[in-house]
Design a protein around this ligand. Structure first.
Ligand code: AHM
Ligand code: MG
Length: 342
């Protein structure tokens, strides 16, 4: 459910005002977000020009100068790193694109925050002009040495300790969906003035939806309870609440964003060849779960709340069920083998 806004508010002003709500704020978090939104504006620019590489003289792997051409997800990764490494707000970063922790370069000061990100998710959709996204998650460091490098312990925190989480959806417009634990707000980018403007405030996900979203091509590898749940969604009911409609973009941000606004459920379940599913806990499931919970929805691995999972590795995966509260509860019931009377 959307709450359209009529006042004109930039994201910078909104973040500064929100930071004031929390006593003792130093402005450091606002500065972190200012740097991050700069990176996002640069990535949005690159995404919008993505298809032009070929006609601007770039060959398969080399540009006109014979230099190696980087893939867009690698460019997005470097953009975030270069916008965030020198601001003095972060003690360490982690990204889907980097095997190990990303330290802050020696010449720059360390700060009290930790940034995790997936710079460009849904990369198989880049070349076909379909929505892709950036996902991010911010924690406070837990190791006490404020001058030293952040460690794995700072990165591997439970999702419920996130101080902010968000995603950017490069769709028909660029939108940034964001929470600091005070509801979910949506900002739409106006490229002509280079600003993100508040467009929807305190978004609430419907309690139940009519869309289900899952890669049904994997269904032969699902367990019987999951098969039965999806069959249930497709079976007409006397009250017309079913059948659900299927939607699957294959870009988590696109599928999640639709789920947030219209309701329903998005899943990437475990299956016999991927016992932990596909999506990553630290920079995909956790931030998306914080957003959806803040909007009144639910996010679990089919049994446990995602935000309570204790992470053990930067790139670990988790089965993922997220969306409208009633839909996710129903999926969990089916997974436990509790089926409604026919
Ligand atoms: P990526 O990080 O390689 O881009 O993969 C993540 C994407 C998600 O955006 C999406 O939900 C999922 O992979 C789709 O996977 P599949 O093609 O197996 O359905
Ligand atoms: Mg990804």
């Amino acid at each position: 459910m959307r709450m359209r806004v009529s006042k004109v508010v930039t994201i910078e002003r909104h973040i500064a005002e929100e930071e004031h709500l929390h006593g003792g704020a130093t402005g450091e978090f606002s500065r972190l977000m200012r740097d991050l939104t700069l990176a996002i504006r640069l990535i949005s620019r690159d995404v919008r020009r993505a298809g032009l590489n070929d006609i601007l003289g770039l060959t398969e792997n080399q540009n006109v100068h014979g230099e190696q051409v980087k893939k867009l997800d690698q460019i997005a990764n470097d953009t975030i790193f270069r916008a965030m490494d020198h601001g003095g707000h972060l003690c360490v970063m982690a990204s889907e694109e980097s095997e190990d922790l990303i330290p802050i370069p020696q010449e720059y000061p360390r700060g009290k925050y930790v940034l995790l990100f997936d710079p460009l998710d849904g990369s198989s959709n880049i070349d076909v002009n379909v929505t892709i996204g950036t996902i991010f998650s911010v924690y406070r460091r837990v190791t006490p040495d404020y001058l030293g490098d952040g460690t794995l312990e700072d990165v591997l925190q439970q999702g419920l300790r996130q101080v902010a989480a968000g995603y950017v959806c490069y769709g028909s417009s660029t939108q940034l969906v964001y929470t600091t634990g005070n509801g979910v707000d949506v900002f739409t980018y106006d490229p002509t003035i280079g600003e993100f403007l508040l467009s929807d405030e305190k978004v609430q996900i419907p309690a139940r939806g009519k869309y289900y979203s899952v890669n049904e091509g994997n269904s032969s590898k699902w367990n019987d309870n999951l098969k039965r749940y999806i069959e249930h969604l497709k079976t007409p009911s006397p009250d017309n609440k079913r059948p659900y409609s299927a939607r699957y973009v294959g870009s988590a941000i696109a599928d999640l964003h639709r789920t947030l606004i219209y309701g329903g459920i998005f899943m990437y379940p475990a299956d016999s060849s991927s016992p932990k599913g596909k999506l990553r806990l630290m920079y995909e499931a956790n931030p998306l779960s914080m957003i959806v919970e803040q909007a009144g929805g639910r996010a679990t691995d089919g049994v446990r709340r995602i935000l309570e999972l204790k992470p053990t590795a930067i790139h670990e995966r988790t089965p993922f069920y997220i969306g409208s509260r009633e839909d996710v509860l129903e999926a969990e019931a089916f997974l436990r083998g509790e089926f409604p009377a026919a």
